[in-house]
Design a protein around this ligand. Sequence first.
Ligand SMILES: Nc1ncnc2c1ncn2[C@@H]1O[C@H](COP(=O)(O)OP(=O)(O)O)[C@@H](O)[C@H]1O
Ligand SMILES: [Mg+2]
Length: 384
Amino acid sequence: MILLLAGGDSYYRGVIVMLFDVNPKERREDFYDRDAELSEVLEALRLGERLVVVFGVRRIGKSSLVKVALKEASLPYVLVDVRDVYYSENIVTIPYLIRYLVEGFKKHMKWYERLGFNLKEVLGRIRKIRVKGYEIEVEPTARISLTTLLSEIDLWCRRHGMRFVFVFDEAQYLRFSNIRYDGILAWAIDNLSNVTFILTGSEVGVLREFLRVDDPKAPLFGRYIREIYVDRFTREQSMDFLIQGFKELGKEVELREVEDAVETFDGLVGWLTHYGYYRAVRKLPHKKAMAKVFEEGSKLALEELVRVIAPSRKRYSAILKAVAHGAESWSDIKAYTVARTGPITDKRFTELLKNLVKYGYLIKENNKYKIPDPIIKHLATEKL
Ligand SMILES: Nc1ncnc2c1ncn2[C@@H]1O[C@H](COP(=O)(O)OP(=O)(O)O)[C@@H](O)[C@H]1O
Ligand SMILES: [Mg+2]
């Protein structure tokens, strides 16, 4: 929730942004629909399932779904955005992960207190780490073991009939490490009955590959996993979402403008939210609000895209440009790519194309390739 303060020194008028708050949602009231997905997460938690994986393209509402569910379930949890860890540290080692977990614990101290989860008691059993008030002190030289931390939390929860949830947001980034997190996850799932892991992933194909649940030689093979897919909104949902958001803010808009936004942003709630924010909170005219979503959205999306395509930037850019300009078939995209970047073997080209699908920047339907996100399409034509 954002509190916008307007007015002079002597008085402030608070406007509370709800559906159009551009941060991930945490409260059910601010979170549109997703009843089915929410029930699934809640059911998994109620049944004490140990591994929940939430798949869905970028900005479709995965983080929001998980946060709202955990608030609804009144469960103590900690959330680490693994992409953040990777972007800041370049590698997701255990000491880094522990550091981000500790930061996450700090954010939730009041929530733990309200639920009766005694983190102080848990951490009191681990050497070199202490809770003081709402602060957590870790000795600078401490090498805290992740398995010990997980075990102690599980033990405490078992004694007190509670469940603790570790959320690894954008968990596909766990693959960038010097150790195998899928092994640790498998161990935890087998041994810790009062801990649930929720993983989310925008790069659906990459997360699947990381988990390797279908590979008999992989640690997680054969484990029960609750898989939840968050899909884009239908046209009706998108319309209704915008109309409700405008209503909340007392903003009157023309139907054809709403239709235009829905048509353009194609069920991607993240962009619809940004549009609503610019239109109703920042009070920009329709066309300006639309342009602003493309402009600001591009900035948000560009860093991630550039990092993903860095290993073969010219080739990946050419492929995305080809598709953005309307090439759909393997051979048309390849012809365009070769024209721009020179010869490439079929094998290598197919590999690059597949990677873009795995990373969620392309989708393949009936042997035709498309860019599923209008902002990425815009980036491909304008910025790459
Ligand atoms: N069901 C929803 N109702 C209202 N806003 C939503 C909903 N789902 C997502 N949002 C908004 O869309 C944006 C992206 O959501 P987020 O949860 O960060 O997506 P993801 O984690 O899939 O990238 C945020 O601004 C969030 O507030
Ligand atoms: Mg997210």
